[in-house]
Design a protein around this ligand. Structure first.
Ligand SMILES: Nc1ncnc2c1ncn2[C@@H]1O[C@H](COP(=O)(O)OP(=O)(O)OP(=O)(O)O)[C@@H](O)[C@H]1O
Length: 774
């Protein structure tokens, strides 16, 4: 390091020390504030009832008491909110103390004579006198300069307009425990050096934030505010998920008055991914958005009555049952049911149902039909036909409720009720007694006490027994959705795929067994919504869909209808469309689905995850892979080890040891299917500790993990071993093969027991090494 560099380093470290000192002061100040607030909270809790005037004698007194309780509760919740805020601020300050900032730009604004030094960190921090920003939040308008420009002319937007000027210096820091550990003055892009440093580290079992090194093209995605639908098509490892999460943080900052983390929902591919990304926002001082898998949503809607196949079970079928006689039929079915054409058919069917054809269930009680399905049918169709089906359902619901109430009255005097009364609990008798006493105060009733009590108890018994019927009416379960969908499948129609008869026959068999194939889950729930109606969700204002390539046009259109007021960000990669790769079905990323004007599309072609060597190999595997641009980080070429079945386990263990010895901490042994993963795990775990990951796994640990191919998407590992790459034989598995290979950050090994996978045929042989080991 030169003397000048040394001097700069020293000056910067002095500034860090100064800022840290101020942060410390602020921490102490907030801590003492907090002491006061927590003691207030404790005090209010302790004396809550002492400070409330309770008097229930007269109606006016009751009102006054309620007001007094409300006032006290409000005081308590205000104090609790302040405490929560203070805890949040303290956590952010502790983080700032550890690493106050990561970047600096010196900016000379046009028309000004002094250059401003702008230091960027995860949150803003102002000096004691509330005058100068010692740290700017990375999301502040001025911070844009850091991400979008290299030294020279630069400009940024503020609410007041555009500000132009010149960046005179752009510097990056790695600061840990308040000590500068790295410092780089950067030129063209945001510090290759800094990125080298970050990307060269070990993979983590939890995703990290990227705020220090966000690239310009990612920044555009993160800060986009205009489009209702933003689509990011980005190659594997291009930072789509990262951009999505930093975008959540950005939106929470930009709209902090009106947007809260509970207004944002991220659909992620599986529970493991949910937990993988769960630490990014808290690291940035924000609360996590809501997270769910689409499957969770479907289970919530249909899971009570049906066994819904999940996408992983569907994938297992697709990978394992190619020899099945019905395989082609099922694949054709999946393809057709993914389409908007199929959705249109359901719309047409619902139109017809508006005139006739709905199927209902009898409402029965103790083996007797109280209200028959035909009566319900007649009632429904005598209602005005111009009312929508869901509106008519509400009227039917009201009518049924009234009818059931009549039945409750009739049933009270039946002999079974008397029998049931004998089995009542002591508490019920006591309750009845109290009820009657209470009523006595207001009436002049002279009925015999015993008789009155019996009548009350009879009502209690009947109402209890009728509860499920009222619940059935409330949730509109008197509509026989299963039969309605089956009737749809059985209907003769024109313009259907050639094999529709077989497709529908196969589906009918499943649904009769109360199993809903994954491809039918959204069509089913969509039809159900057209009939029963559904309240759209207004609380969610922004939806993120990661791995969007795995959603069909039908599914996406359905999600749009669920959240009509939400903006959406879709992130995906058509080269990783592993489900549609196998079936040939359209995905939401197929262009035709979006033609509207409020859609903006971003394309990311630069990839950051893997070494240059791994990218040079993996991009050969896909069409147009040449467009993928690796980040300039070097490592070993991927290695293909040709071997046989007997040697495979031993060689895998040797390889894992070797990888561990080179310092790799997360190592994945990726198998093609779950079955294969189970076998491999079973035989290898005797030889070294390892984890097994299946679709229910919510966390992944450091060390060695055995994982089925389709669950590895979205996450990354220091080193990846494909247990037997010879098994990826079919062209339809190309995307799956590409996806698993792109999970590796530093090393990729492909074992092959039956020669190189045919999917590697024709690729540039200089991109990988081949060795023979038996
Ligand atoms: N600007 C950046 N600075 C530092 N690291 C980055 C940056 N962009 C991406 N990365 C890193 O690259 C890796 C891949 O990022 P991410 O998982 O977000 O990509 P992706 O496009 O969602 O990948 P895939 O589609 O393959 O799952 C992560 O380790 C991430 O931290």
């Amino acid at each position: 390091m030169s003397d000048i560099q040394n001097k700069d380093w020293l000056l910067e470290q002095n500034r860090v020390n100064r800022v840290v000192k101020e942060i410390d002061k602020k921490i102490n100040e907030l801590k003492s504030n907090r002491k006061k607030v927590t003691s207030d909270v404790l005090e209010i809790r302790k004396t809550f009832w002492e400070d409330v005037t309770v008097n229930l004698d007269e109606p006016d007194d009751v009102i006054e008491t309620a007001a007094s309780i409300k006032q006290q509760a409000e005081l308590l919740s205000e104090r609790e909110r302040t405490d929560h805020q203070l805890v949040k601020q303290l956590k952010t300050l502790e983080r700032l103390k550890y690493s106050p900032y990561f970047g600096r730009i010196d900016f000379l604004e046009e028309g000004e004579s002094t250059t401003e030094q702008v230091y960027l960190g995860i949150a803003s921090f102002i000096d004691e006198k509330n005058e100068d920003f010692l740290i700017y939040d990375w999301r502040a308008p001025i911070s844009n300069l850091y991400y979008d420009y290299s030294p020279g002319h630069a400009e940024y937007q503020t609410p007041e307009g555009k500000i132009s000027g010149e960046i005179q210096l752009k510097r990056q820091f790695i600061i840990k425990s308040s000590e500068i550990q790295g410092m780089f003055d950067t030129g063209v892009t945001i510090g290759d050096e800094m990125l080298q440093e970050v990307l060269g580290n070990n993979a983590s079992t939890q995703m990290k934030n990227i705020v220090a090194t966000i690239q310009r093209e990612q920044n555009a995605i993160i800060r986009n505010e205009n489009s209702r639908l933003l689509i990011v098509q980005g190659v594997a490892g291009s930072g789509k998920t990262s951009a999505a999460l930093q975008r959540v943080a950005y939106l929470l900052y930009r709209y902090r008055g009106s947007l809260k983390s509970e207004n944002i929902l991220l659909f992620s591919p599986n529970p493991l991914f949910n937990s993988y990304v769960a630490t990014v926002l808290p690291e940035l001082g924000e609360e996590n958005m809501q997270q769910s898998t689409f499957q969770e949503y479907l289970s919530l809607r249909l899971g009570r009555e049906f066994d819904i196949e999940d996408p992983f079970r569907q994938m297992e079928y697709l990978l394992n049952s190619v020899e099945d006689t019905d395989y082609r039929v099922r694949v054709n079915g999946i393809r057709f049911k993914a389409s908007l054409e199929y959705k249109n058919l359901i719309d047409e069917y619902a139109q017809q149902l508006s005139e006739s054809g709905l199927i209902f269930k009898d409402i029965t009680f103790r083996g007797n039909v109280l209200i028959s399905k035909n009566e319900i049918y007649d009632y429904f169709y005598q209602l005005e036909h111009h009312y929508s089906i869901p509106n008519r359902m509400q009227l039917v619901q009201e009518w049924l409720r009234k009818e059931l109430k009549k039945w409750v009255k009739r049933e009270r005097s039946r002999s079974w009720v008397e029998d049931e009364i004998q089995y009542l609990e002591k508490e019920d008798y006591l309750e009845a007694y109290k009820m009657l006493q209470k009523k006595e105060r207001f009436t002049e009733n002279t009925f015999d006490d015993f008789e009155r009590e019996q009548k009350y108890l009879a009502e209690l018994v009947v109402k209890e027994k009728f509860k499920p019927l009222f619940a059935m009416v409330k949730s509109l379960r008197f509509v026989n959705m299963k039969q309605v969908y089956l009737q749809f499948l059985e209907k003769e129609r024109k313009n259907l795929p050639n094999e529709w008869n077989q497709i529908s026959k196969m589906t009918i068999e499943q649904i009769k067994e109360n199993v809903i194939p994954y491809e039918d889950a959204v069509p089913f729930v969509y039809l159900q919504d057209l009939i029963k109606g559904r309240k759209s969700n207004t609380a969610i204002r922004h939806i993120f869909i990661d791995e969007a390539q795995d959603y069909t046009p039908f599914q996406f259109s359905y999600i749009q209808s669920l959240f009509p007021y939400s903006k959406m960000t879709l992130l995906g990669d058509f080269n990783q469309a592993i489900f549609s790769g196998v079936t040939g079905a359209d995905t939401v990323l197929s262009n035709f689905a979006f033609k509207k004007s409020d859609v903006e599309t971003f394309v990311l072609t630069k990839t950051y995850r893997s070494t240059k060597e791994i990218v040079e190999f993996t991009r050969e595997l896909i069409e147009y892979g040449k467009n993928i641009e690796p980040f300039n980080r070097s490592g070993k070429k991927p290695e293909v080890i040709l071997t046989d079945h007997q040697s495979l386990d031993g060689l895998t263990i040797d390889k894992v040891r070797e990888l561990k010895n080179s310092g790799h901490q997360t190592i994945a042994i990726i198998c093609r299917t779950e079955e294969e993963s189970k076998q491999v795990f079973h035989s290898l775990k005797q030889k070294m500790p390892m984890n097994f990951i299946d679709k229910g796994t919510t966390n992944y640990e450091k060390g060695v993990s055995v994982i089925p191919s389709y669950l590895a998407k979205g996450i990354e590992f220091d080193a990846v071993i494909l247990y037997d790459s010879s098994l990826y034989t079919s062209e339809s598995e190309r995307k799956l093969f590409y996806t698993v290979c792109t999970r590796a950050m530093h090393e990729l090994t492909l074992f092959a027991t039956n020669g190189c996978s045919p999917l590697m045929k024709g690729i540039n042989a200089s991109t990988y090494e081949v060795v023979h080991r038996m």
